[in-house]
Design a protein around this ligand. Structure first.
Ligand code: DX5
Ligand code: ZN
Length: 218
């Protein structure tokens, strides 16, 4: 069964406790937490104070997605603030092998995120070291963008690589996920679907999470 990770970026920041409680009560598996530095991506989101504030209330693993340059500078701080998974961008990491080890040594699952332009074959020598591969299905920086159709092919390539290398990494998809594309992403090999606006802008987020959790091709 695949996992669903609602993205806090699309929550109502004046009602964070209410939205975190909703995630607890839903069939969501992880809470996705987007950190943006205004340098790696053209937007600034949130960081340690918000992570520390929600940590006592959330009952699911926190899946931190670092859209920041030189993420290795902040791994221990995010682990201490309550991250369960830490995903860094391939494009932002000069010594990715070392950074994954650093994340695992801090007690977290280690992920690698790929921008839409970054090919899956660049993971050939690192795939067996990662716990999570996050494929961006929009350009990172903003919620509510349109899903990039080429993602299906990329997921299938990644699935092939994982099987060929006998790697353990799960495949996470982030950006523009909805009930139209979810069944095709899952059939291409996705294990985890992040959903921001599709969940939090819906009239019944718990029901929307339920539908994503049970999505499959007809
Ligand atoms: C985009 C973030 C995503 C975002 C997804 O840069 O990494 O996690 O919150 O939001 P939606 O599902 O609205 O595209
Ligand atoms: Zn994200």
């Amino acid at each position: 069964m695949h996992f669903i990770a609602p993205s806090l970026l699309a929550a109502d920041f004046t009602n964070l406790q209410r939205d975190v409680t909703m995630v607890n009560q839903s069939e969501a598996d992880w809470l996705h937490f987007d950190v943006m530095d205004g340098v790696f991506v053209p937007n600034i989101s949130f960081g340690f104070p918000i992570l520390e504030a929600i940590r006592p209330y959330i009952q699911k693993p926190i899946d931190v997605h670092l859209m920041i340059t030189q993420p290795e500078r902040y791994i221990e701080s995010f682990a201490q603030a309550g991250a369960d998974h830490i995903t860094v961008h391939y494009e932002a990491s000069t010594h990715l092998h070392r950074t994954l080890q650093q994340i695992q040594a801090a007690g977290c699952q280690a992920g690698i995120a790929l921008n839409p332009h970054t090919p899956v074959h660049l993971l050939e020598e690192i795939i067996t070291e990662a716990d999570i591969i996050l494929i961006m299905s929009v350009n990172p920086g903003f919620g509510g963008q349109k899903f990039i159709q080429r993602t299906y092919e990329k997921v299938a390539h990644l699935k092939d690589l994982i099987l060929r290398r006998n790697a353990k990494a799960v495949i996470e998809i982030d950006g523009g996920v909805n009930l139209e594309n979810a069944p095709y992403l899952l059939s291409a090999g996705a294990d985890v679907l992040v959903a921001g606006n599709f969940v939090f802008s819906s009239s019944d987020p718990i029901a929307t999470i339920h539908k994503l959790k049970h999505a499959s091709l007809p």
